[in-house]
Design a binder for this molecule. Structure first.
Ligand code: NDP
Ligand code: MG
Length: 387
C-alpha cells in the first residue's frame, strides 16, 4: 500500500498550480504526485510532466493533445485531453486529495466529480463555491468529503478554528489589501489602465484574480466562499482593508475573543496547510519580523466606489443562482477588460445590470446552475457589445 498522499493538481500551469508543485517538491516522502492538468499551456505541462513524472496529465484544449502525446511518447505517463478527461482523472484510486487550482466556472464540474469519488478537496478555485455553494456543500456532506481552503483568508479562518470545533463563530473579518486602487474616488477610477489594474501591491497571481482584487470583486467572491465554507449568515461576515496583508483574517467568538492568523504574504503556506492538515510540516519560508512592520493598519472598504463588494452581499441575500449569475457576468466582463474592450468601471456596471435582470432559480439543480451561467454570460456579452 502507498503510504504517501496521492495528489491531483487541476491547473498545474497556473500561479497556484506552480506554487503547489514547489510545495510537493519539498516533501518527496510525504506526497505522491498523480495528476497534472493544463488549459492551453502545453509547453509548461510537458516540462512539468518530464520533471515530476505524474501518473497522468490532461490538456483541456484538445487541439494540443498530439503535441503533449508526442513529447511524452517514451514516458510512462498517460496523456488525456478535454473536459471529460479532467473529470475522470480525479476519480483514480491513487488520488487522495484534489487541489482545484483552475480559474473560474471551469472548476465546477471536475470538483463535483472529485467529491462524488470521495476525494478530499484542497480548494483554491473559489468560483466553484460562489457559483454552486449550496450544491457543493450538500454533496460534500453526503459523501463525507472535507473541503480545505487554499485561499489565504479562508485558510486563516480555518487555522483559527483548529481546536475550536464546539465553539460557534460570532463573526469573521476577511482582510483585504485594497488592491492598487485603494483610496481612489469614482472619478479617479474612470481613467485607470489595464497595466495599473494588473499591478497588485502584495501578491503575484493569475490575471483574472488580479483584476478581481483591483475591483474588490475578489473580496466579494471570498465573502460568498466564506459563507459556504464556514456555514455563516451574511451579517456574520465583515471585510476590513489591511494594506500590509500580514493579518490574513480573523475570527471573533461568542465571548468576544478574537483570533487572527498572521504571516508574510506567501501562498505556499496556505497551499501546504490545505495539503498536510492537521500536520504542519517545517518550512524555510522567510519569517515575519515585527520591526519591519512597525504599523499594521486597518480601514473600512469603500463600498460606494467599489460596487462589486456590495453586489456580492446582495446576491448572497438573494440566494439561489444569483451568485452564479454574478460570477458569470464578472468572468465575461473581466475577460473583456483584459482585452481592453471595456473600461475598469464598466466591469461593476455590467455585473450589476446582469444581476438585476437575471432570473433567480431557488434551491437550484446542477442543470439550473448551468443555465443561469449561460444566460448571464449571454446578457453580459450583449451589454459589452453595446458599451
Ligand atoms: P491562473 O490563471 O494563474 O491559472 C489557472 C489555471 O487553470 C492554469 O493552469 C490554466 O491553464 C487552467 N485553466 C484556465 N482555464 C481553464 C479551462 N477552461 N479549462 C481547464 N483549465 C483551465 O490562476 P491562479 O492560479 O491565479 O488562480 C487559480 C484559482 O485559485 C482561481 O480560482 C483563483 O481565484 C484562486 N486563488 C488564486 C490565488 C493566487 O495567489 N493566484 C490566491 C487565492 C485564490 P493554462 O494556463 O495552461 O491555460
Ligand atoms: Mg484570497
Amino acid at each position: 500500500m502507498n503510504s504517501k498522499k496521492g495528489i491531483a493538481i487541476l491547473g498545474s500551469t497556473g500561479s497556484i498550480g506552480t506554487q503547489a508543485l514547489e510545495v510537493l517538491e519539498s516533501y518527496p516522502d510525504y506526497f505522491d504526485l498523480q495528476v497534472l492538468t493544463a488549459g492551453k499551456n502545453a509547453d509548461l505541462l510537458i516540462e512539468q510532466a518530464l520533471k515530476y513524472h505524474p501518473n497522468s496529465v490532461v490538456i483541456s484544449d484538445e487541439s494540443l493533445y498530439q503535441k503533449v502525446k508526442d513529447a511524452l511518447w517514451n514516458q510512462d505517463i498517460h496523456v488525456y485531453a478535454g473536459e471529460q478527461a479532467l473529470c475522470q482523472v480525479v476519480e483514480s484510486n491513487e488520488v487522495d486529495t484534489v487541489l482545484t487550482a483552475l480559474v473560474g466556472y471551469a472548476g465546477l464540474k471536475p470538483t463535483i466529480h472529485a467529491i462524488e469519488a470521495g476525494k478530499t478537496i484542497a480548494l483554491a478555485n473559489k468560483e466553484t463555491l460562489v457559483v454552486a455553494g449550496e450544491l457543493i456543500t450538500k454533496l460534500a456532506k453526503e459523501k463525507g468529503v472535507n473541503i480545505y481552503p487554499v485561499d489565504s483568508e479562508h485558510s486563516a479562518i480555518f487555522q483559527c478554528l483548529v481546536g475550536e470545533f464546539q465553539n460557534p463563530i460570532e463573526k469573521i473579518y476577511l482582510t483585504a489589501s485594497g488592491g492598487p486602487f485603494r483610496g481612489f474616488t469614482h472619478d479617479q477610477l474612470k481613467s485607470v489602465s489595464l497595466a495599473q489594474a494588473l499591478k497588485h501591491p502584495n501578491w503575484s497571481m493569475g490575471a483574472k484574480i488580479t483584476i478581481d482584487s483591483a475591483s474588490l470583486m475578489n473580496k466579494g467572491l471570498e465573502v460568498i466562499e466564506a459563507k459556504w465554507l464556514f456555514g455563516l449568515q451574511t451579517n456574520q461576515i465583515d471585510v476590513i482593508v489591511h494594506p500590509q496583508s500580514i493579518v490574513h483574517s480573523l475570527v471573533q467568538f461568542e465571548d468576544g475573543s478574537m483570533k487572527a492568523q498572521m504571516g508574510l504574504p506567501d501562498m505556499k503556506l496556505p497551499i501546504q496547510f490545505a495539503l498536510t492538515f492537521p500536520k504542519r510540516l517545517p518550512t524555510n519560508f522567510p519569517r515575519f519580523n515585527f520591526l519591519d512592520y512597525p504599523q499594521l493598519t486597518f480601514e473600512a472598504p469603500d463600498r460606494n466606489v467599489f460596487k462589486n463588494l456590495d453586489l456580492a452581499f446582495k446576491v448572497m441575500d438573494l440566494q439561489g443562482t444569483a451568485a452564479c449569475s454574478l460570477n458569470a457576468a464578472n468572468e465575461v466582463a473581466v475577460d473583456a477588460f483584459l482585452q481592453e474592450k471595456i473600461s475598469f468601471l464598466e466591469i461593476a456596471e455590467i455585473n450589476e445590470a446582469v444581476v438585476e435582470s437575471a432570473s433567480n432559480f431557488l434551491s437550484p439543480s446542477y442543470e439550473q446552475y448551468v443555465l443561469a451561467d449561460q444566460l448571464a454570460r449571454e446578457k453580459a456579452r450583449e451589454l459589452i457589445q453595446k458599451a
